[in-house]
Design a protein around this ligand. Structure first.
Ligand code: E4P
Length: 217
């Protein structure tokens, strides 16, 4: 499973990239707003840092303007994935932008039917939002399972990009189901490394090493 980082915070991306944990980046208008930076400037900086796909989202809702915005965003760098919302206009824009050779990430997916439509529109990525479904007491992980089944049934090449990931457990659940990609905030990716028994075990090893005078360098 590929790891994308869900943020427009360049320092955070840099830190995780140094660990070799960044296969791509996803942003959205809320994350760009949170960064307080110009969308073109911050997205270019991210694209210069990361080789994999960097999703940048349109803010228009009609087909024609989505195309204009998507093409403009794609001029930032060759690794831009144009993010469009899962609406009828968004699906139409997905079809056109895909036929022009761009990567397209169809976002705000909350049902298997929506994911089926995105695959038929030729999307490179479909972004089902796990956490926002969980917030409504609907099992977001079941949606990932359903999409996996549907895509496998018909050999769709659209990649399942599990989004709205809120916990380290979400990451391993996605990997068990076979999501192609999961995008998570930096704190969630870092939390995957922590375990209370690792901390406890390490403390004991260090105490024993000190009492035995073990010195390596
Ligand atoms: C996905 O591409 C979105 O940017 C993101 O995962 C949304 O997550 P949220 O529900 O935590 O805002």
């Amino acid at each position: 499973m590929k790891f994308f980082v869900d943020t427009a915070d360049v320092d955070a991306i840099h830190e995780l990239n140094a660990l070799g944990l960044v296969d791509g980046v996803t942003t959205n208008p809320s994350l760009v707003a949170k960064s307080g930076r110009d969308i073109f400037e911050v997205t270019k900086e991210i694209c210069d840092l990361i080789e994999g796909p960097v999703s940048a989202e349109v803010v228009a809702t009609d087909y024609d303007t989505m195309l204009t915005e998507g093409r403009r965003l794609a001029e930032i760098a060759p690794n831009i994935a144009i993010k469009v919302p899962l609406t009828l206009d968004g699906l139409r824009a997905c079809r056109t932008l895909t036929s022009e050779g761009y990567m397209v990430n169809v976002t705000l997916c909350f049902s298997a039917n929506q994911a089926l439509l995105a695959a038929k529109a030729g999307a490179t990525f479909i972004s089902p939002f796990v956490g926002r479904l969980d917030d409504l007491n609907i099992d977001g992980m079941e949606l990932i399972e359903d999409i996996r089944t549907i895509y496998d049934n018909y050999g769709f090449e659209t990649q399942i990009l599990a989004a709205s990931i809120r916990s380290a457990n979400h990451m391993s659940e996605c990997a068990k189901i076979g999501a192609d990609v999961a995008t998570a905030p930096p704190a969630v990716i870092k939390a995957m490394a922590s375990h209370v028994l690792t901390d406890k075990g390490l403390a004991a090893f260090l105490t024993d090493a000190q009492s035995a005078g073990i010195k390596i360098v």
